[in-house]
Design a protein around this ligand. Sequence first.
Ligand SMILES: *[C@@H]1O[C@H](CO)[C@@H](O)[C@H](O)[C@H]1NC(C)=O
Ligand SMILES: *[C@@H]1O[C@H](CO)[C@@H](O)[C@H](O)[C@H]1NC(C)=O
Ligand SMILES: *[C@@H]1O[C@H](CO)[C@@H](O)[C@H](O)[C@H]1NC(C)=O
Ligand SMILES: *[C@@H]1O[C@H](CO)[C@@H](O)[C@H](O)[C@H]1NC(C)=O
Ligand SMILES: *[C@@H]1O[C@H](CO)[C@@H](O)[C@H](O)[C@H]1NC(C)=O
Ligand SMILES: *[C@@H]1O[C@H](CO)[C@@H](O)[C@H](O)[C@H]1NC(C)=O
Ligand SMILES: *[C@@H]1O[C@H](CO)[C@@H](O)[C@H](O)[C@H]1NC(C)=O
Ligand SMILES: *[C@@H]1O[C@H](CO)[C@@H](O)[C@H](O)[C@H]1NC(C)=O
Ligand SMILES: *[C@@H]1O[C@H](CO)[C@@H](O)[C@H](O)[C@H]1NC(C)=O
Ligand SMILES: *[C@@H]1O[C@H](CO)[C@@H](O)[C@H](O)[C@H]1NC(C)=O
Ligand SMILES: *[C@@H]1O[C@H](CO)[C@@H](O)[C@H](O)[C@H]1NC(C)=O
Ligand SMILES: *[C@@H]1O[C@H](CO)[C@@H](O)[C@H](O)[C@H]1NC(C)=O
Length: 717
Amino acid sequence: MASLITKQLFLVIVMTCLLECFLCADCPQSCSCVSSPPYFTVTCNSPNLTSVPSGVPRNCTGFVIRGTKVSALRNGDLAGLPNLNTIYFDNNQIFTVEVDAFVPSLTYIEMVQNEISALPAGVFGRLKKLTSLDMRWNRIKSIPKGCIKDLPLLQVVYLEGNGLESIEVGAFSNTSKLTVISLEDNSITEIRKGAFLGPQAKMANVGLARNAISHIDEGAFAVFGNLGGLGLANNSLKSVEGAFSGLKAVGGLDLSYNKLQSLSDAAFSGITEMSTLNLAFNEIEVIFGKTFASLSTLTVLGLQSNKLASFDVVLPNTLTTLELQNNLLTSFPNLPTSLTYLDISSNPIEFMADKQFAKLGSLTTLCLSNIRYFRQKGTIDAGILQGLSQLTTLKLASNNLTQVPSSALQHFPQMSETLDLSDNQITSLHPGDFTNLSNLYILILKGNNITSVSPDALKPLKGLFSLDLSHNPIVYLGPDLFKWQSQSMYEVKLEGTKLRLIDGDIFNSSTGMKSLFFENNDMRYLPWNVFNPLTYYGETLSFIFRDLSPVGDPQEALDLESNPWLCDCQMYEYARWQNSTQGIVAASLTCQDPPELRNKTLREIPLEQFKCICSHFSTPSIDTTGSDANATSGQGAVLKCNVTACPEAVILWSTPRGITLANNSPHPGLEVLDDGSLVIVETVPADTGTYSCMAANYLGQTTAYLRLEVIPSSRLP
Ligand SMILES: *[C@@H]1O[C@H](CO)[C@@H](O)[C@H](O)[C@H]1NC(C)=O
Ligand SMILES: *[C@@H]1O[C@H](CO)[C@@H](O)[C@H](O)[C@H]1NC(C)=O
Ligand SMILES: *[C@@H]1O[C@H](CO)[C@@H](O)[C@H](O)[C@H]1NC(C)=O
Ligand SMILES: *[C@@H]1O[C@H](CO)[C@@H](O)[C@H](O)[C@H]1NC(C)=O
Ligand SMILES: *[C@@H]1O[C@H](CO)[C@@H](O)[C@H](O)[C@H]1NC(C)=O
Ligand SMILES: *[C@@H]1O[C@H](CO)[C@@H](O)[C@H](O)[C@H]1NC(C)=O
Ligand SMILES: *[C@@H]1O[C@H](CO)[C@@H](O)[C@H](O)[C@H]1NC(C)=O
Ligand SMILES: *[C@@H]1O[C@H](CO)[C@@H](O)[C@H](O)[C@H]1NC(C)=O
Ligand SMILES: *[C@@H]1O[C@H](CO)[C@@H](O)[C@H](O)[C@H]1NC(C)=O
Ligand SMILES: *[C@@H]1O[C@H](CO)[C@@H](O)[C@H](O)[C@H]1NC(C)=O
Ligand SMILES: *[C@@H]1O[C@H](CO)[C@@H](O)[C@H](O)[C@H]1NC(C)=O
Ligand SMILES: *[C@@H]1O[C@H](CO)[C@@H](O)[C@H](O)[C@H]1NC(C)=O
């Protein structure tokens, strides 16, 4: 019995071996053959291969040659393979393709990144089954007449990146199923009428972006009648008069990044259907009034970055998105009420009326950054934005605003997405600044002159998710800053500020914070407990993996890089906490001082090395003797803050005008000296009030208050 089983096993082994030998004998050397009926794929990727291997099994359906030194595809190379339908010959050195090399059974040809320099006439002539031709990144200089002709099943042609200079008349003809013609990244200079001869597919996408086209024959695209998309971006067109004649419909027309200077009434006159028209980044100075009048289904129009000084144009009332930013408009144009998205930023508009946008009541996004009228006033008049009851996003960046324009913003309780006030001159935030913006999600205050932020200023923003305070001269963030956003806060950006000191209780209430950016600041140490309340950073690993798919864009991160961290006794407790908490995933913190620990990360340093040399450890004490109490308007004043503390304390001043500063953060007219004194260079009566000097080290903090009286000089004799 046992011997019978052994015999059967032996037989099976012999048969298997025979079959394997039979297979390997049939597969060309240095190729592999895989059968998965009905497919039989032969793959020859040996880097040293120099010609198409012969002896490929007759029933081969797919042939792969990739990354070899094969330099030619010759007549007969694919002969004797009646079922061959797919070839992938990418990344070889194929230079020559002989005219009868392709066999009629082919449906799919992919020969990306070879050295093919010419397509002989008739090379595709027999391929009545061909559906896809991909010859991107070769060196084909021209598509000759009759090249892509009478191919009844052909659907896609990719010829990007070939250095193509011309498409001969009749290059494409009678390809009525062709829906993608991709000719981007070539050097084509003109499109001749007849380059695409009929009949051609309806709704095709023709890609001609990133060429050198400066001329298009009248009616060159007429043969399509109805195009899905026509991409002509990044060419050298100065005019498109007549180029689109005969074209009745085109889903999207991209003419951005050309050299267009004007558009006449006739530019698009034959086209009755078009949904997207991109004319951005041209040099258009003039658009005639009826240019877009026939485009009765247009929804998106891009005209940004042109030279339009006026815009007296009839726009279809189907238009929902209009981009007019970066032009030379001096007055606000008449626009259709259908708009939901309008960007008219960076225009030298000289005047905006009360209720200027009232007619545009459907707007959900309005971008009004860098507008001359606002810049000159430094504010937004209270009534200008009235009537925008659907607005969810408002951009008011780069408008030279010195305060949050709260009276203009109070009309937007519905604003639920983004308010962008970046790159203005806002110096402080006040409790009334964001009244009624309780639904706001993202607040961007990047690049202002804000020196501190209080919870009271943020109080109305109950739904805030992301706050960007980066690139402000902020020196201090106090306790419980986000206490009114206990449920919502996710992200705070504080990179590139002057941050010196952060209160250990800052995140006490906003425990869901997951994305914190503190890089490029001036912090020397961190209170040990600062991240402790955060469920994400403060708890154990299991907690971290609980929620890996946050809403929106923000990333989960904690970035503390590029601060002059001083790894002494002040950092001891933080280092200990960090070592005991597996929660900190992203925090890398590199010491700058003391010199012997420079460039070491916190985790590398044994705890006993976090030391301070103090004969007497103490919380700071402050001596203000010698401070000016009175000053005459126009004179300078000096307020003293002589701090005794070990380890050394951080000194922060706050002024009655709401400025907070340290010795690394000068503010116009104010300076903190290295000895802790505050210098007011030239006093004005508004400088009268109570100043505070706060000194803090890890042991605690002390604040001294000083009053300064500035007497108007006119009161003096
Ligand atoms: C092709 O032929 C080989 C033997 O030469 C065989 O193993 C394979 O199953 C065949 N494949 C198909 C799809 O007919
Ligand atoms: C390819 O050729 C080089 C040098 O001629 C040789 O060292 C290498 O082993 C060859 N590689 C293969 C896969 O045959
Ligand atoms: C288009 O091609 C088909 C099939 O290849 C052919 O029958 C027809 O005559 C051609 N039509 C034109 C106008 O060339
Ligand atoms: C055109 O060029 C610009 C600038 O290089 C680029 O940003 C843009 O994506 C290009 N557009 C197209 C469609 O190629
Ligand atoms: C900014 O506003 C101030 C007045 O607040 C004005 O003097 C200044 O010219 C404005 N700057 C610009 C660039 O308009
Ligand atoms: C804001 O800061 C810049 C750079 O320090 C300064 O030139 C400008 O005068 C400041 N503006 C205000 C309003 O304080
Ligand atoms: C704030 O919104 C409420 C309605 O939500 C409104 O009654 C009130 O007038 C608004 N405040 C201001 C200052 O407009
Ligand atoms: C923050 O939480 C800690 C620990 O629960 C507590 O001791 C501290 O008083 C809180 N701080 C604030 C400002 O509520
Ligand atoms: C610390 O790193 C910086 C940048 O990598 C390097 O220039 C410097 O020499 C390093 N200092 C020490 C003491 O290793
Ligand atoms: C971190 O904690 C472990 C014990 O949990 C301890 O063995 C190790 O020395 C600590 N590392 C540092 C840098 O203090
Ligand atoms: C400052 O002025 C007040 C009156 O305005 C006067 O009482 C006080 O003595 C003055 N203080 C100093 C230090 O000159
Ligand atoms: C600061 O106070 C210390 C000790 O109280 C004293 O020795 C020192 O002279 C004071 N410095 C200044 C600039 O007043």
